[in-house]
Design a protein around this ligand. Structure first.
Ligand SMILES: CCCCCCC/C=C/C(=O)SCCNC(=O)CCNC(=O)[C@H](O)C(C)(C)COP(=O)(O)OP(=O)(O)OC[C@H]1O[C@@H](n2cnc3c(N)ncnc32)[C@H](O)[C@@H]1OP(=O)(O)O
Length: 723
């Protein structure tokens, strides 16, 4: 697991070996510590170089051990990694970290224990523990501020953001960056520093810098951490631990760091976030009913792509492709959109410290469909209109190369209908990006009934290349994410009818941890989006059958509130008013609107609805259980392969708080029998709301004794699956 060999006579080269990411399990940490001690004791060795096996330095402590998925007592784990870092730092011979690939979490903490750090130009460094509900507890919160100062340390520890080698050099996190062979550069560097005194290189002995505005910095960091993830414990603990570096001697700071870690490690939040980590890896392992899967179905190379339509979605998709180095042909008739996308690319290039030209030269704008002919894959991102998309797919099928994959960014429409409009249905898949598409990490890959393994594999792989987590789902209205959103939004509207206000419902959801409550979210996305979908579905507007009552559709309860707002021209932020009032069209600051409250009063009076006091628990349970109940139906029908897929979709695409794991994880944590009983209760009170009828799968799981969520995927394989 950790060997050392001598190179160039006096350099001990230690290689950390624990594929695939050289995670520091307790055993690996102990082994490496032994190797460090042996090298130090070897009189022929003057200096040590520490590198990782297989092109990466280290992905951090072993998360499976931390999550308790493998049986290692917490204290043993803690002491072995902490002891390793301490031993490295205390070594009497210089230790140089040769970083390539990643140095993350415990891996970066190990590098901070080294006396010098050399990084490859492509390496990424960071302390992502906060994203696992933890903090860097192998001295990272104490050593990092001593090396890079408090502003940077607070930001990196509390957000978990990783940095490029170039940024690391600018921060002082690494001593040298090379684009050549990192081992060679580190060995060369090591020979130069072999005789340097080490006292000042041991970060634990360095006095921390004390900026004059330290208190303000800490206060701002704390407020930011609280705002960013409402109710999350880890970001706050991270700030507290870094603050200790300013106020306490190193050893006491270290002790506080460990106490905070000991509180976080067994917390429900840490469990939920670690579940999310593994869920995001599980979803990449897709399979189709015919037996094709991620292992046996190679993706096709995408060396040129096309995007049709540069509206909000198309722009973000084009930027994502360019950022991944893929040349793009972008088709758009509106010149204004070309200017917008050009400006976006320039901003992105600046962010990535690249020249604007390096991005702009990868895009070719066109009005001609024949220019798309050479693309390996086309992503259609035009207006959400099935007839329009079908026409376009039919045309693409004639004008593109016969092997070009045709993908639609539709968020809800029938992918099979699009495939049927082409002469290559097997090369059609949905690629549902989330807005803004160059920022959001989720990609729903919608597998049509006739999508071939190569089409699915290519779309999944492309998502990964764009830095996204791709989740395969089967084709159905709204796929997984938007389909589950419907009952959630409906419950929220029903609650307004019954006496709640938008700000009351939103406050409950935001306290739960959502970045935005359902009404603020709807104002942001635009109320007209759902209005159009409801009109197409015959639920709103002129397509509603004559004589249908305002509050019923197809024999079930219906709330026309959102339709009525649209009819009043209240489309959300874009018109300056929706469920809330804004400063003006395009405004962002939502304030409660007295007009809306009058409107709700009148509406309730008109329909004989007596407003009642609705408590927080009811808001939360009705919205979230209705949503999760639809998730069970999706699993039961095989639209998604497991709860991990749904939870990943919700955490990465819909602002579900990661420290709550996702909707399926949440209901499992609450307890399936309790959730079933509350749904039965609400169903009795609202018999005309089918979404509150507990799904067969929920009942089945409860009848089976509520198996842990980790077993659902296996159990579902016995049910009908489309994936
Ligand atoms: C015992 C107590 C110690 C107390 C002190 C603890 C203080 C330190 C804490 C930590 O270090 S927590 C861990 C911090 N590190 C991370 O969060 C990094 C997580 N990993 C990643 O971001 C990525 O995996 C990667 C390293 C950037 C590699 O990405 P890539 O896309 O190439 O591969 P993946 O598919 O993500 O991963 C491959 C494979 O490896 C597993 N894995 C990754 N990291 C870890 C890890 N740190 N521990 C255990 N396993 C890890 C991942 O689950 C995949 O497994 P399979 O799905 O293939 O089974």
């Amino acid at each position: 697991m950790a060997q050392y060999s001598r190179v160039r006579g006096s350099v001990a080269l230690l290689r950390l070996t624990n594929p695939p990411v050289n995670a520091l399990s307790a055993a690996v940490s102990r082994d490496l510590e032994r190797a460090v001690r042996s090298a130090c004791a070897d009189s022929a060795v003057r200096v040590l170089v520490l590198r990782g096996h297989g092109g990466t330095f280290c992905g951090g402590a072993d998360i499976r051990e931390l999550a308790g998925l493998v049986d290692v007592p917490f204290r043993v784990g803690v002491s072995s990694l902490v002891a390793l870092v301490d031993a490295v730092e205390a070594a009497e011979k210089p230790v140089v970290a040769a970083i390539e690939g990643v140095a993350l979490g415990g891996g970066l903490e190990l590098a901070l224990g080294c006396h010098f750090r050399i990084a490859h130009g492509q390496a990424r460094l960071g302390l992502p523990e906060v994203t696992l509900g933890l903090l860097p507890a192998a001295g990272g919160t104490q050593r990092l501020p001593r090396l890079v100062g408090f502003p940077a340390a607070l930001e990196l520890v509390a957000t978990g953001r990783d940095v490029s080698a170039e940024e690391a050099l600018a921060l002082g996190l690494v001593d040298h960056v090379t684009d050549g062979d990192v081992e060679e550069a580190a060995v060369e560097f090591a020979r130069r520093v072999a005789d340097e005194p080490l006292a000042s290189r041991r970060l634990s002995t360095r006095p921390p810098p004390r900026p004059a505005d330290l208190d303000t910095l800490l206060q701002v960091a704390l407020e930011r951490a609280q705002r960013r993830a409402r109710g999350a414990l880890a970001p706050v603990a991270c700030v507290q631990a870094v603050r200790a570096a300013a106020t306490l001697p190193f050893t006491q700071g270290l002790q506080l760091e460990q106490e905070l870690m000991a509180a976080l490690l067994p917390s429900n939040q840490a469990r939920a976030m670690q579940y999310c980590f593994f869920a995001q890896r599980i979803v990449g392992k897709w399979s189709l009913p015919g037996g094709a899967n991620w292992r046996n179905s190679p993706a096709r190379a995408v060396s040129r792509a096309a995007v049709i339509g540069l509206g909000t979605m198309g722009r973000g998709i084009a930027v994502s492709l360019v950022r991944a180095g893929i040349p793009v042909v972008a088709m758009e008739t509106d010149e204004k959109q070309l200017r917008v996308v050009t400006a976006m690319l320039e901003r992105e290039a600046a962010k990535q410290r690249r020249s604007p030209d390096s991005y702009l030269q990868l895009v070719q704008f066109t009005l001609e469909r024949r220019d798309l002919g050479d693309a390996d894959l086309v992503v259609e991102a035009v207006f959400e209109d099935l007839a329009l998309k079908k026409r376009l797919f039919a045309e693409l099928s004639s004008s593109c190369r016969p092997d070009t994959l045709l993908c639609s960014n539709t968020s809800a429409l029938d992918v099979d209908a699009l495939a049927a409009a082409t002469r290559r249905p097997e090369l059609v898949v949905g690629m549902h990006f989330f807005a803004p598409a160059h920022v959001m990490k989720l990609l729903e890959v919608v597998c049509g009934a006739r999508s071939s393994p190569v089409a699915v594999a290519t779309a999944m792989q492309l998502g990964k290349r764009l830095g996204k987590v791709s989740v395969a789902v089967a084709n159905c209205p709204g796929f997984a994410g938007n389909r589950m959103l419907k009952p959630y939004v409906e419950q929220a509207s029903f609650l307004l009818e019954e006496g709640a206000t938008p700000q009351q419902v939103d406050a409950v959801l935001e306290d739960f941890g959502f970045a935005m409550g359902v009404f603020r979210m709807s104002d942001l996305s635009g109320l007209d989006v759902g209005w159009r979908v409801r009109e197409e579905a015959g639920l709103a507007g002129p397509t509603v059958p004559p004589g249908e009552s305002a509050r019923r559709r197809h024999g079930c309860r219906y709330s026309p509130l959102a339709d009525l707002l649209c009819e009043h021209g209240r489309l959300g932020q874009k018109t300056g008013r929706g469920w809330y009032l804004y400063e003006g069209p395009g405004g962002r600051a939502a304030t409660p609107d007295p007009w809306l409250h009058d409107f709700l009063d009148q509406y309730r009076r008109r329909h004989g609805l007596r407003p009642r006091r609705i408590d927080q628990q009811e808001v939360l349970e009705r919205c979230l259980y209705a949503l999760a109940n639809e998730g069970f139906r999706i699993l039961e029908e095989g639209v998604a392969a497991g709860p991990e897929d749904i939870d990943t979709i919700y955490v990465l695409g819909y602002g579900w708080p990661a420290h709550r794991g996702g909707p399926m994880y949440h209901v499992a944590a609450v307890g399936l029998p309790a959730v079933l009983s509350r749904l039965e209760h609400f169903r009795r009170l609202h018999p005309d709301v089918p979404q509150l009828r507990p799904s067969a799968l929920l009942r089945h799981l409860v009848a089976e004794g509520s198996p842990p969520i980790s077993r659902w995927r296996e159990l579902l394989k016995g049910l009908r699956s489309q994936l």
